[in-house]
Write a protein that binds this ligand. Sequence first.
Ligand code: SF4
Ligand code: SF4
Length: 345
Amino acid sequence: MASSLKARGNLLANPSEQLRVLTRTDCIVPFEERMRRAGLDPLYATGITVFQINVGKLCNQTCRHCHVDAGPDRRETMSRETAELCIRALAQTEMAQVDITGGAPELNPNFRWLVEQAKALGRHVIDRCNLSVLLLASQADLAEFLACHEVEVIASLPYFRSAQTDAQRGAGVFEKSILALRTLNQLGYGRQGTRLLLNLVCNPVGAFLPPKQEALEAQFHRSLEREHGVVFNHLYTITNMPISRFLDFLRETDNYEGYMERLVNAFNPAAAAGVMCRYTISVGWNGTLYDCDFNQMLDLPLHSGLPRHIADFDAGLLHQRRIVTCNHCYGCTAGTGSSCGGSIA
Ligand code: SF4
Ligand code: SF4
């Protein structure tokens, strides 16, 4: 299995090096300037309905395009104390959705406690699941736990064929994903008439933008049901963010500038007006607050003057906050945008 950029000592493991690359991309109009022309700079939040908690970077996979630089070698993980601060902040607000991500969020010892607490507060809970985690011996009862708490599963599957999926996520991942999807289906996930939502997320396997969602969704439904007996609710397509391991891939393959130009040329003002940071607040494993999971990975904190840590959470100040943007944001504004709250696990 491949290792993280951090374990390899790759310069791009450092968020400031990624920002240096992104801000010195001369071939494109800076993102703020493009947003100004669209009448959207500065960008402000429109209220917070999604509370996204990233519980850490530990993962059982090491996918090639991971924007978290997650993997089995990562040790950053949210403590119980920080998880309690998250629940305390949640209880003070009416944020309807709690979106738990990682790494593989289920590997955090506080994951199930977070789910139970958020459900007790009456919130809708999403688990960004990589599917293969369901097959680990330590997670033998995970699928039942998720079903019992009516947790929505948003699962990554880059393609409905093994070659493309395994190329991005590792040898054998497609087969494991199918086994995990069947387990979820057996519990009622993805089936009509149940409250168990199973949504898939696919992202392109190379340096190109995702195809139209509707056509691809129909292909996924057809192929997964016919060839594997798997059903699901919806497919979301997302654009690969030019950060972390995907940025490394772009540079290694000499595709970086071309990819950035493609993103800029596909800039869509409607997608820009609807970016997820406008209705999301993101919490990092150590409690630091960010506008989104991508800014979190670039270590771009909230705008000056705003609370920086979950211990200081203040919904009044955060609801209409100014959002911190940079050139990676072109990944959210290309085409129809990314339709599932952005990040994948
Ligand atoms: S990367 Fe984050 S801050 Fe930038 S547009 Fe996307 S969601 Fe907003
Ligand atoms: S993309 Fe998801 S499953 Fe893959 S290494 Fe990153 S966090 Fe893990």
